[in-house]
Design a protein around this ligand. Structure first.
Ligand code: ZN
Length: 490
């Protein structure tokens, strides 16, 4: 019942939004009347969220906590109390060493790699990891990779279930990027990340004390120069999540990283899993893997599909009740394709939602045959569903859409519910600044908020309009080309 009530309130908020629109058009709404909008904040900055840095939101004790990249690329946090239907935040939780002042308006300038991932620990404290793009060379010698920028930074709320104040916990390696938290049923927290810039190992650090201390990094995926061409290094993009029971899944793609003539190309799809009882890794068929996994071992043991000359990109992965993984990868210019483990082989990847560009999303695995995918595609975020194990997909309801906007999704809210499945940022190419509205989407659509709480830019846009920075069209064009190739800022 509570969910139904919340969805009714969401619809009410939409109606209020319309009234708000009438009011702002100068008609008869009473002065000072509370207006509601469908976004929860407008101060997401550049590429404020992604499916890669995850989770960035968690439903914990009927509150959804959300972390995102805000002004100056700093990490910000909002919270929504579902029972009280009350938003709080945004609160600036930390400082990103890669942030720039004044606000850039060129999308090429922000780094974006330092946006936050978040986890709530067993005692209710909220942890963020952010600020890293592999770590600057001034931080010391990186023994597992090459230097990058920024500094991987771990902070925690000073009090449980309270986003108002934060402190730094200096207990993880600074050479991180694409940081991802995985929390197990027993409370153990694993932090996965790439230990430097492109030519670096992917590693994890484990905490058994709610993130207060972490063991040293363990290498999972090895970077190395190819024997036949030392200019090309094996490199990876990986996505981690909790599997069945005490296991962790890893799905990943291969990046041939060229020192001279660098490109962002990525190929193939791979899968492996970790047994947290003894920290061993195995492939989908259960064959043990030696760590760190090399390109040769990955091709032999963990390949889901060979994409040939077609580019691929990472997606998300979840398991069914039997522990079998269901995967999505993005192919070509960003079309999502789905595959699952059939028990002895991988199902051939299937196109889910046609050929529109820049699709991305996450999924709820209900059973081995029934999967629901929340997918951003062509200016809308909609459910897609299969009931035959992914062979065919049907489009369901759309949770948000706009004619001139695109939506960048996150991984699903950890422990999300129909009252809040996913956070998305809205990207409107017509605007002359990089601030983005952020939405929490439930089955009733966006969870609305009073405009005064959602409007957090203050004079920033006025300042930008009064003193617009000179455009840098060459950089903007380059960024657009990268975007259309499905590479984004990764
Ligand atoms: Zn590279």
């Amino acid at each position: 019942m509570k969910g139904t009530r919340a969805r009714m309130m969401t619809r009410l908020a939409s109606i209020l939004l319309l009234l708000c629109g009438i009011s702002s058009a100068g008609t008869s709404a009473a002065p000072g009347a509370a207006c509601s909008v469908d976004y929860f904040t407008d101060n997401g900055f550049a590429n404020p969220v992604s499916t890669l840095q995850h989770p960035c939101a968690e439903h914990y004790k009927d509150v959804t906590y959300i972390a995102y990249q805000g002004p100056h690329e700093d990490p910000y946090v909002c919270a929504y109390d579902h029972a009280a239907q009350k938003w709080s935040g945004p609160v600036k939780a930390g400082e990103n060493p890669m942030g720039k002042t004044p606000d850039p308006v060129d999308p090429k300038e922000p780094d974006n790699h330092g946006r936050p991932a978040m986890i709530v620990d067993g005692n209710g404290y909220i942890h963020l990891i952010f600020g890293g793009h592999g770590g600057k060379y001034t931080l010391g010698k990186n023994l597992l990779g090459t230097p990058g920028n920024g500094r991987q930074t771990h902070i925690v709320s000073k009090n449980p279930e309270d986003i108002s104040s934060w402190e730094v916990l200096d207990n993880v390696d600074p050479f991180g990027t694409y940081s991802q938290f995985v929390k197990m049923d027993d409370g153990d927290i694993y932090l996965f990340y790439r230990h430097g810039s492109h030519r670096s190992d992917w590693v994890y650090q484990k905490s058994t004390d709610n993130g207060r201390t972490f063991a040293s990094p363990v290498s999972l995926l090895k970077h190395k120069a190819q024997e036949s061409d030392r200019n090309i290094h094996d490199a990876w993009y990986a996505w981690f999540d909790k599997g069945k029971g005490d296991t962790i899944t890893a799905s990943y793609v291969y990046h041939p990283c060229r020192i001279l003539g660098h490109t962002k190309e990525r190929y193939n799809g791979y899968f492996m899993k970790m047994n947290c009882g003894d920290d061993s890794w195995e492939n989908a068929a259960g064959k043990a893997l030696a760590l760190p996994v090399t390109k040769e071992s990955a091709d032999e043991n963990t390949l889901v599909f060979n994409s040939g000359s077609e580019r691929s990109n990472h997606g998300t992965c979840h398991v069914d009740a039997d522990g079998n993984p269901h995967l999505i990868f993005r192919m070509g210019k960003g079309q999502v394709r789905y595959s699952r483990w059939l028990g002895s082989a991988w199902q051939a990847p299937v196109v889910v939602a046609g050929d529109s560009k820049s699709q991305d999303g996450d999924m709820v695995v209900e059973s081995s045959k029934v999967v629901r995918m929340l997918l951003s595609s062509a200016g809308e975020v909609c459910w897609w569903k299969t009931s035959d194990g992914g062979l065919t997909w049907a489009k369901g309801s759309c949770l948000i859409s706009a004619p001139n906007a695109g939506y960048v999704p996150t991984a699903l809210v950890r422990n999300g519910t129909p009252d809040g499945w996913m956070v998305v940022s809205e990207h409107n190419n017509a605007q002359n600044h990089l601030y983005r509205k952020l939405f929490l989407l439930g089955d009733g659509g966006p969870v609305g908020r009073a405009e005064e709480g959602a409007s957090n830019l203050g004079d920033r846009l006025k300042d930008l309009e009064a003193n617009p920075p000179a455009p840098k069209p060459d950089k903007v064009e380059k960024k657009k080309r990268n975007k259309s190739a499905g590479d984004g800022d990764e």
